[in-house]
Design a protein around this ligand. Sequence first.
Ligand SMILES: CC(C)(COP(=O)(O)OP(=O)(O)OC[C@H]1O[C@@H](n2cnc3c(N)ncnc32)[C@H](O)[C@@H]1OP(=O)(O)O)[C@@H](O)C(=O)NCCC(=O)NCCS
Length: 177
Amino acid sequence: MSVVLRPMVRDDVNAVAVMEEALFGAEAWSPEMLATEVTTDPVSRYYIVADDDGVIAGYGGLLAQRGGQADVLTLAVAGHRWGEGIGGALLDGLLTEAARRGCTEIFLEVRVDNDRAQRLYRRRGFIDIGIRRAYYQPSGTDALVMRLSQEPPAGKVLEPPARKKHLAGRHRGRRVK
Ligand SMILES: CC(C)(COP(=O)(O)OP(=O)(O)OC[C@H]1O[C@@H](n2cnc3c(N)ncnc32)[C@H](O)[C@@H]1OP(=O)(O)O)[C@@H](O)C(=O)NCCC(=O)NCCS
């Protein structure tokens, strides 16, 4: 595999938006939202792409405050590249960055009917912790909430945990009150 992981930049947004639309349909993030995510607040955000000789094969995003908890915001691989290990590599990249920032708990939401993604997360040690009803809109599909606890890097002194941010509109889908 000649794929390398690198930070997502503003110029990647159009290609990523095309993939978003193909993979997530009505629940896709808009190009504007992607651009905002990529260019705003690098202290809390971390977006990467899997770059195969200039062609983006997948991407992932993380919200991770230093010394706090982290959330996997998005993870996706182009349909014709599934099963090559790209999704796993992207997830590992996000988890490594979360650890580097001293985050010992990583959360995510995944559609209850997305067996493939859930299997990937379980293989990395995520466990089920709850259900958010009708989290994904407009379909009304429930989200499974998963959590991974990982050790802080050896020898690191953690800063006090940051309060979890309100994430409505940032995660894949929309939180429904
Ligand atoms: C979920 C997704 C990111 C996985 O990407 P991928 O590149 O296919 O992932 P990998 O090749 O690294 O495989 C990861 C895991 O998927 C599972 N998997 C692989 N092939 C599979 C298959 N044919 N059927 C079911 N699960 C399979 C395995 O558990 C694999 O783990 P392993 O490598 O330890 O065996 C990708 O399918 C995708 O983009 N789906 C649409 C978007 C999406 O659902 N994103 C998640 C939002 S929460």
